[in-house]
Design a protein around this ligand. Structure first.
Ligand code: SF4
Ligand code: SF4
Length: 190
């Protein structure tokens, strides 16, 4: 359940001890959306793919194959903690255009215990990531990029019924390079 940060008075984040619904595992999550600015922090560890969510082309990174957990989850801990993707760093906060939402299905989110998460529309610096600065502009840049590649996509794998694609056209830029290098993460265990 997502609630707008403006609609909550005060929330804290305790810890993940005993959580049986890891946010790093299917069926909870298998794909997560990216903006172009995220590519740099993601491509060395995950496959960057393209796919349609609600009929809209998105850049996505593949967390797992639709079963099991992220390959970096070891003993219920993230083994790449400092270089985990921006969306992992901000969880349970997600930006949506100019608004921020809290995923209250995370058991660590609560009213009294743990570090301060958010209060009256503001969230704690510990959950801040530079990706959210000028977020609407970054979303627009990402959309323009996706529009430019849409005609040259070829099918790769399917995750939870969502067909994913690789780029096969002739555009050359750093985002395409990062996408292409990241494809190796589709080989072997995801
Ligand atoms: S962040 Fe929340 S959902 Fe994810 S493992 Fe921790 S308690 Fe569970
Ligand atoms: S990178 Fe770490 S925090 Fe992100 S999904 Fe994988 S194990 Fe979880």
């Amino acid at each position: 359940l997502f609630v707008n940060i403006k609609d909550v008075k005060n929330l804290h984040f305790s810890n993940c001890e005993g959580c049986t619904e890891s946010c790093c595992s299917a069926p909870k999550v298998s794909l997560a959306p990216l903006i172009l600015d995220d590519f740099e922090e993601v491509y060395k560890n995950f496959a960057i793919q393209f796919g349609y969510i609600n009929h809209e082309l998105k850049a996505l990174f593949v967390i797992n194959s639709g079963e099991g957990s992220c390959k970096y989850l070891e003993d219920n801990k993230c083994s790449i903690y400092d270089s985990r993707p921006p969306t992992c760093k901000m969880f349970p906060i997600s930006p949506f255009y100019e608004e921020f939402y809290i995923n209250t299905s995370c058991q660590a989110v609560n009213v009294h215990n743990g570090e301060w998460l958010c209060s009256e529309g503001e969230f704690s610096d510990s959950f801040f990531h530079k990706r959210v600065e000028n977020f609407v502009e970054k979303l627009d840049n990402t959309k323009d990029f996706l529009f430019s590649i849409e005609d040259d996509l070829i099918p790769s794998i399917e995750v939870k019924g969502i067909q994913l694609y690789n780029y096969s056209g002739t555009i050359k830029n750093s985002y395409i390079d990062m996408h292409k290098s990241s494809i190796l993460h589709l080989e072997g265990d995801l």
